[in-house]
Design a protein around this ligand. Sequence first.
Ligand code: GLN
Length: 503
Amino acid sequence: MQKRVSKTLDNQGLTIEQIQNQLVSKKYSAEELFKDTLDTIKEKEHKIGAFITLSEEEIVKKAQGLDRKLQKGTSLGNLEGALYSIKDNIMMKNQRCTCASNMLKNFIAPYDGECTLGLNEAGAVSLGKTNMDEFAMGSSTEHSAFKVTRNPRDYKRVAGGSSGGSAAAVAAGFGHFSLGSDTGGSVRQPAAFCGVLGMKPTYGLVSRLGLVSFAPSMDQIGILANNSRDIARVLEEIQGPDFSKDYTLVRKKPVSYDQELQAFTKDRESRKEKPLKGITIGIPKEFFEISMEKEVEKALDSAMEAFKSQGAKLISLSIPHFGYGLSAYHVLSMVEAVSNLARFDGVGYGNRASNCENIEDVIEKSRGQGFGEEVKRRLILGNYILSKEKQSLVRAKKVQKLLQEDFQQGFQQADFLFTPTTHTTAFKLGKKSKSPLDMQRLDELTVPVSLTGLPAISVPCQEPGNLPVGGQLIGNYFDETVLLKGALGLEQVLSPNQQKGNR
Ligand code: GLN
């Protein structure tokens, strides 16, 4: 094992705000902080494979700039001192954006994703682009054209997917947060497998400009981080409000999520009330009726006890159409993928095959060589549905509507719902990659949220010493704040070390 080159800064488990405080009080400099992360990457990345592109060159320069700012005593932006990574299907100007596909392996992004502009403005510094399942299709990050990402908690296991590189990066200490994309669970599921938090915001809260589409009626950029306070801070910076470039954004006033979270905590403390007093959590029984690993079941039970100990009231409720979610999701997402991936034909975009005889030949060979097996499988099935099975599309749209109604019923009784994020813990590499159906089952608990556009967050719930397990909190539209309150409440009981520095 390689030795760490730099000293360890003893800042594990701290929030971005606490790290900023340590920078201000000169416990260490920004240069030391950033170099420490680069050392961690040097030490572990070859075993994990979280990145497709690492952009180290600028980082030290940026740290020196921040140190000068600290010297002068200038006040810090919301995310200054924070390092992040970003899934390789979100564009950063003049950098490669591959979607982990041979189709785009040499594609250089012509502009920045809207979300990255917000992060840069707030002072966050990018470490690079993370590995993923090709075009965000998959649940294990084994379907990347370039490499497999391994789970930092156990290198023999998958990191989950499709944002597996992002989840692994956060879990391994490669920066403070990461952005991923979630169409059917791709932020929440890898977060659960790697033991970090992963939030999919309400559809229409974060601009999708610069995100390469898979199924745009459900695609949403999400955040992976180590604690709820950091998620709140990052969400503040990437929410809206650029309506001119993404017409699916919903017009609403920006929310100060972190301030709201802090105000809520202070208010409860000053009144000596339990953090979640007055909050009702719905437990949808269908999500617990599927067969689950014992480890997941136990972790979820402890999480429910933790909620109760924090003053929340738990009630049982029903999402009757839960069972139809998985098939509806796959029908809709495959059909949308057909039209969205049509642009990669070697003419407009993407890999161009050589030695072709005519235009049909160019398209056929470029797509045949450029796309991997999983993408082709979905495109073939999507085309089949569109030509022979249109009724399934109509039925999937109906399921979407029925699920929306089910959840709205639920939110009349509860502030948010609580379910497992996945029915298993991270499995061994290769275990499911030969069975697309087994792989799809991993999305069963996350897709109902994607079909309805609701916000959800996966929070680590595992017992100490066990493999990570995620609990999923599902909120009503644009009520990200209640999810963050719930996540914080849970963290305080289940990850007390994470909270250490909060005092
Ligand atoms: N695992 C799901 C799929 O393969 C979800 C993917 C995603 O959210 N991007 O479709």
